[in-house]
Design a protein. Structure first.
Length: 140
């Protein structure tokens, strides 16, 4: 994130008292607790409408989950291009995304390799054991 956005997030967290008085949510509902999935979907659709971004229908996008995918893929791309040690970075990404283990994050490695073929060799060099080769014609 840009430094200016990081600072805005810090200020927001102070104003909302994240973690204080039982407030566990980054964007708490004004009625207490968290927003419902339906409310988040409605608010997201309104943002799309205001930005004049066409929506192709529920489940077809753009979807809120697409932001999550974009974040994960861009993190991996940046780490690979910066030659960061992915063995050290991937557990952080996995935890941030709420995955219980690395299996949930493996799809982002494949997605990153598919979208950015120029970094595939770097991913394979450092993480080939995470995404095993599959022989579709192999029998048990």
């Amino acid at each position: 994130m840009a430094d200016s956005l990081t600072e805005r997030c810090r200020e927001y967290c102070k104003n909302v008292d994240i973690g204080k008085m039982g407030n566990l949510y980054l964007f708490p509902s004004p009625y207490g607790g968290h927003y419902s999935e339906a409310t988040i979907y409605k608010l997201f659709r309104e943002v799309l409408r205001q930005a004049r971004i066409s929506h192709l229908g529920r489940g077809k996008g753009p979807r809120i989950h697409d932001l999550r995918h974009t974040f994960a893929v861009n993190c991996l791309k940046k780490w690979v291009l910066d030659e960061r040690e992915l063995n050290n970075c991937l557990p952080y990404l996995s935890a941030y995304l709420g995955h219980e283990d690395m299996r949930g994050s493996q799809r982002y490695l494949r997605l990153t390799a598919d979208l950015y073929p120029d970094i595939t060799s770097k991913i394979e060099k450092n993480c080939s054991y995470i995404i095993p080769e599959v022989n579709l014609y192999e029998t048990d």
